[in-house]
Each structure stands twice: as structure tokens, then as C-alpha cells.
Design a protein around this ligand. Structure first.
Ligand code: ATP
Ligand code: MG
Ligand code: MG
Ligand code: MG
Length: 566
């Protein structure tokens, strides 16, 4: 590809709205353009990367025996009502109406649609097992779209769905082959990742794993053991702790103090105390005068008692809000608790019937600043604080100590069992002619998110560093003075022809720009191999080869460069 016939649009500075390295670099390198909140165009350079990821995923899906089809993005509400998810899915489901007033949704996932196909197409055990997949656009009206394509509203997912006669087949012919295929995909893409056990929620059992790309900027928290190979996402780890003998959430909270104002709240948020769990007796400790803790609990709950105890020897005014005052402020279903200007302990005894997904902490500044209207705008929890607070606890698996890491969820495999097949009556006749409900699994990979996650792990101050598997081009030729120097142009064209003939995806950057701009762009774009060609080197028949990752440069005879890159 010649740059003059392609489209390269790089920026010196990242737009200020981008906080994450990958988001900044994707915008600077011109891989994506933002169109609206959570909506992006994949620009030509970015699309090449996306297609490479897709190709690896497709190859491994096919190798594992999954069969490709393509389901529609717009799906009829009726199917979603049949499964119960029309009501259950909530605000993330974008609902639309056609000119005849028929209701549809923009698919966030496809269990209903594929189950509808399978219940019509598959009637006998002889047709099972089957695993269908597609690579298709999804829409989720995320509460907080952010970090570019990492958490977008429209994104591309590979989703596969397997159907089986029994549970053994689900594990043997569906779940395990998909788990293995996911490992091959992420290995081939060169990602540093970890499969972690995940909660199966209402389905029960342990049949779910997330594939987490390890990155400090990740939104997810992984809990693992210092000694065993136990690894789980924080939600499952918290559930395991809760089902143990002690009441860990309470103890964990009780352990956290200075500078734990944010920490306590952050911890609750990260542990995601599940809806409908009864939580009692939170003990909040403050050691320094003036420390303030506020927990805002939204949902139905009832305060039984809030009492406070000053630390002996510490003089501080105690201004505790009474339950009545809280109710007056927030109404029956909202609330806060906490000491103001206080050093000591607060015991809050309350039952939470339904705790919404928000348990938010704020410090005194936020409280005053936003005039009770805090919540979404609260500062991000400090992961280091959370880690300090819980690391070193015995862990859920019984061996070693609890350790935490941050991750980006790039894939998820799940044993659905009969959740959708029962609701949609996907049955088959077994070899005795008896009708049975199918066992089902589902398997997702965030194609677009992978691109961002890979950059998060592979970048430096100059830009992106692609692995060979994902690079938009394997090699870039940077001629100094392509327009004016005949010798340079001839050598560049020659090497371009040789590399192309050798099957190497090569970009000849023949744009009429200063050498400095071309060299900087080649680094920003992260192309693994660079061949810089100038008159000076050519006098000795040499070109300059640079490897992007190591930054190492060497002079190579112009005639040998193709053989070197092969
Ligand atoms: P998250 O916890 O990040 O919201 P999820 O658990 O809701 O993700 P799944 O339903 O498991 O996502 O979907 C499968 C995959 O789709 C995820 O592992 C992730 O890689 C990708 N994905 C999910 N939501 C988004 C999004 N908003 N933007 C980009 N990719 C996404
Ligand atoms: Mg989600
Ligand atoms: Mg998730
Ligand atoms: Mg998931």
C-alpha cells in the first residue's frame, strides 16, 4: 500500500477528553474517530487492525468446530419477552419501534435469536452438538461509555452459542473447546491475559470464565491466590468470601480505616455487594479528627440503629446524622450514614433488602461542594487503597493469601445450561424418542475492545507497539525525499516491490512530508519494522532498519532487506 493512495491522519496531541493511553493513542494515530458518546468510526488504519483481530478469532472458531452465520442486529421484542429479558435487561437495551408500531431492540447479545433458530431447525439428538457463531455489531446503552472503544455503546463482538443433548456434552464439546480456542486467540494476539473464574449468578455452578487482559488501567479487579492457581473476578471472590464462615464484607469494611474514607466506599462498590443480600452492622473506623465518611445507599433499606463511639483521648465534635434526619433528607429509600468531623467508630446496623448497584462514597469536600447531589461525580476509587485494604487476607480457596490485580475483560465463556432453552422451549427427541430440553453455552469476545486492550499493554512515549499479528502493516518504508531524490525513489520502489512479492504487508510512506514527521508517524502507528532510505546510506548501498519494539537500528544492504524480513 502506498500512503498517497491510503488515508493517514495523525495528531500531535491527543484530544483532552481521552484519559487512557490506548484511547489517546487510537485518536492520535487516527485509528478511530468519535462521532457521539460511545459511537466511533473505524478509520482505514484502525479497520486494518480490527480485521486482523477478526481473522484470528474466525480462524480459531472454525478450528474449534464452531459454524459461522450472521444474525440481524435489529431483533423482534417478542423473542426478548419470551425469555423475560425485555423487562429484565433494563436501560442498556435500546428499544425501537417501526412504522407499524412493532417493537424491536438493537441486539446487545443474541441468546434469544439463536435459540429461536435452533428450536426450529434442530429436532433430533442426531443433529447435536452444534456451535454457531457470528461476528457482528452490538449495541448496549452503557451507563458510562468511556475510554473510547474500550467501553463503547456500539461495538463488535464475536458471540458463539453451543447446543447439546446433555451437560457432559456441553462441557466436553462446547465449553472446553471454546475455552481452549480463547487461549489460542489471546496467545496468538500476543496479549498478557489470565482466565479467571466468574460468577454464574442465577444459573449457579462454576461454569463461567472471563478472560482478563492484565492492565493497571483495567476496570475489573481480579482476585488470585499467592500460592494456588485460584483466580476469580472480584465479584465471585466476594461471593465466595460471603458464603464462608465469617461475614467478610463486614470484617473487611471494619478493617479499613484512614485514609479509608474513599476506600470504604470504593471497596463496597468493588465488592459489588449483591442485590438482595442482607447487610448488617457495618463498622466504620476513623482515626483522625476531621475525617468524614459518607456512604450513600440507594434502594430499599431500613436503618435499625446507627451509633457512634468516639476514640478515647481524641477531642472532636461529633455530628452524627440521626436516621430521622437522613430520612428527611433523602426520603425513605435513600440514605447516608457517616460521621462528620469525627474520630472513632460508627456502628450502623441496617438491613438492605434491595441495594441498587450504586453504593457511593464521598468525602467532606464532595458533600459540601455538590450540596448532597453527589454520586456519579464522585472521584474514582483508588485501586491502591483497595489493594492495601484486602491483600494479605486468607483467600477464598483456602490456600495462600489474597492478591488483587486489575484487568480488562476481553472474553467471557458461560455455561448457560437450560436458562434460554427452557424459556424458549428448545427441545429435541433423544434416542428413546423422548423430548428433552437442550443444554446451552455462550461464548463472547470483544473484538473492538481487544484492539484497545492490546494498545494498553503495548505502548511507549512514542506511540503504539503492535505485535505482528495485529499490526495494520508489517513494515513501513520511509523514504527521505521520495519526490526529489531519484535514487531514494528507485530504492524505495524496489524494496516495496520485493517485500510485496514476499507477501509482507508493507506501507510505502510516499507522502510529501518532512522526514521527521514520517519517522514520528511510523513510531506512533506502531508498525513493527521500519526501513528508512536516504541518499547518504544509499551511497554505500545501505538502508536503515529499525525494530519498533526494541528501538534497535542497524544498517542493512538494500538488496538484503527483503530476505531479513521474511
Ligand atoms: P463489561 O463487564 O465490561 O461490561 P460484560 O460482562 O457486560 O462486559 P459480556 O456480556 O460478557 O460483557 O460480553 C462479551 C464481551 O463483549 C466482553 O467480554 C467484552 O469484551 C465485550 N464488551 C462488552 N461490553 C462492551 C462495551 N460496552 N464495549 C466494548 N466491548 C464490550
Ligand atoms: Mg457490561
Ligand atoms: Mg463483565
Ligand atoms: Mg462478561
Amino acid at each position: 500500500m502506498k500512503a498517497s493512495q491510503f488515508f493517514i491522519s495523525t495528531l500531535k496531541e491527543a484530544p483532552t477528553e481521552a484519559a487512557l493511553a490506548s484511547h489517546k493513542l487510537m485518536l492520535r494515530a487516527g485509528l478511530i474517530k468519535a462521532n457521539a458518546s460511545g459511537l466511533y468510526t473505524w478509520m482505514p488504519m484502525g479497520l486494518r487492525v480490527l480485521r486482523k483481530v477478526e481473522a484470528v478469532v474466525r480462524e480459531e472458531m472454525n478450528r474449534a468446530g464452531a459454524i459461522e452465520l450472521l444474525m440481524p442486529v435489529i431483533q423482534p421484542a417478542d423473542l426478548w419477552k419470551e425469555s423475560g429479558r425485555w423487562d429484565f435487561y433494563g436501560d442498556e437495551l435500546l428499544r425501537i419501534t417501526d412504522r407499524h408500531d412493532n417493537l424491536f431492540c438493537f441486539s446487545p447479545t443474541c441468546e434469544e435469536l439463536i435459540t429461536d433458530i435452533v428450536r426450529k431447525e434442530i429436532t433430533s439428538y442426531k443433529q447435536l452438538p452444534k456451535n454457531f457463531y457470528h461476528i457482528q455489531t452490538k449495541f448496549r446503552d452503557e451507563r458510562r461509555p468511556r475510554f473510547g472503544v474500550m467501553r463503547a455503546r456500539e461495538f463488535i463482538m464475536k458471540d458463539a452459542y453451543s447446543f447439546h443433548t446433555d451437560y457432559e456434552s456441553l462441557v466436553r464439546d462446547g465449553y472446553q473447546p471454546m475455552y481452549d480456542a480463547y487461549c489460542r486467540v489471546f496467545d496468538r494476539l500476543g496479549l498478557d491475559y489470565r482466565p479467571v473464574a466468574a460468577d454464574t449468578g442465577s444459573i449457579g455452578g462454576t461454569g463461567s470464565h472471563e478472560f482478563q487482559v492484565l492492565a493497571e488501567s483495567g476496570e475489573d479487579v481480579i482476585a488470585y491466590s499467592s500460592e494456588s492457581d485460584f483466580a476469580a473476578n472480584i465479584e465471585l471472590a466476594a461471593t465466595l468470601r460471603q458464603s464462608g464462615e465469617r461475614a467478610p464484607a463486614q470484617e473487611t469494611l471494619a478493617k479499613v480505616h484512614t485514609p479509608g474514607v474513599k476506600t470504604i466506599a470504593a471497596l463496597v462498590e468493588f465488592l459489588q455487594i449483591p442485590i438482595e443480600r442482607t447487610l448488617k452492622s457495618i463498622v466504620v473506623e476513623g482515626e483522625e479528627e476531621g475525617e468524614l465518611v459518607l456512604l450513600l445507599l440507594r434502594g430499599d433499606h431500613e436503618f435499625n440503629e446507627i451509633k457512634a463511639e468516639k476514640l478515647p483521648g481524641v477531642k472532636s465534635p461529633l455530628a452524627m446524622a440521626s436516621p430521622e434526619a437522613i430520612q428527611a433528607q433523602f426520603g425513605a429509600n435513600g440514605g447516608s450514614l457517616g460521621p462528620v468531623g469525627f474520630a472513632g467508630k460508627v456502628y450502623a446496623d441496617f438491613a438492605v433488602e434491595k441495594l441498587a448497584d450504586t453504593v457511593i462514597g464521598a468525602n467532606a469536600d464532595d458533600w459540601h461542594y455538590t450540596g448532597f447531589n453527589f454520586g456519579r461525580d464522585c472521584p474514582e476509587p483508588e485501586f491502591a487503597d483497595i489493594r492495601n485494604a484486602v491483600e494479605g487476607d486468607p483467600s477464598p480457596c483456602g490456600k495462600g493469601y489474597l492478591k488483587l490485580a486489575r484487568g480488562i475483560e476481553v472474553g467471557h465463556v458461560f455455561q448457560l445450561r437450560d436458562k434460554y432453552s427452557a424459556a424458549l422451549k428448545a427441545s429435541f427427541l433423544d434416542n428413546n424418542g423422548k423430548s428433552q430440553i437442550m443444554e446451552m453455552g455462550c461464548y463472547g469476545i470483544g473484538i473492538t475492545r481487544i484492539v484497545a486492550a492490546a494498545i494498553e499493554q503495548n505502548n511507549d512515549e512514542r506511540g503504539i507497539i503492535w505485535t505482528n499479528a495485529m499490526a495494520p502493516f508489517q513494515a513501513v518504508i520511509v523514504p527521505m525525499n521520495y519526490k526529489k531524490s531519484e535514487a531514494v525513489r528507485a530504492a524505495a520502489d524496489q524494496i516495496y516491490a520485493e517485500l510485496s512479492a514476499a507477501g509482507i504487508d508493507v506501507l510505502l510512506d510516499d507522502r510529501d512530508e518532512r522526514a521527521g514527521v514520517l519517522l514520528a508517524d511510523s513510531e506512533l502507528l506502531g508498525i513493527p519494522h521500519r526501513i528508512a532510505i536516504g541518499d547518504r546510506g544509499l551511497k554505500e548501498g545501505k538502508v536503515e532498519y529499525t525494530e519498533r519494539r526494541s528501538g534497535e537500528t542497524e544498517l542493512v544492504a538494500a538488496g538484503e532487506i527483503a530476505a531479513k524480513l521474511k
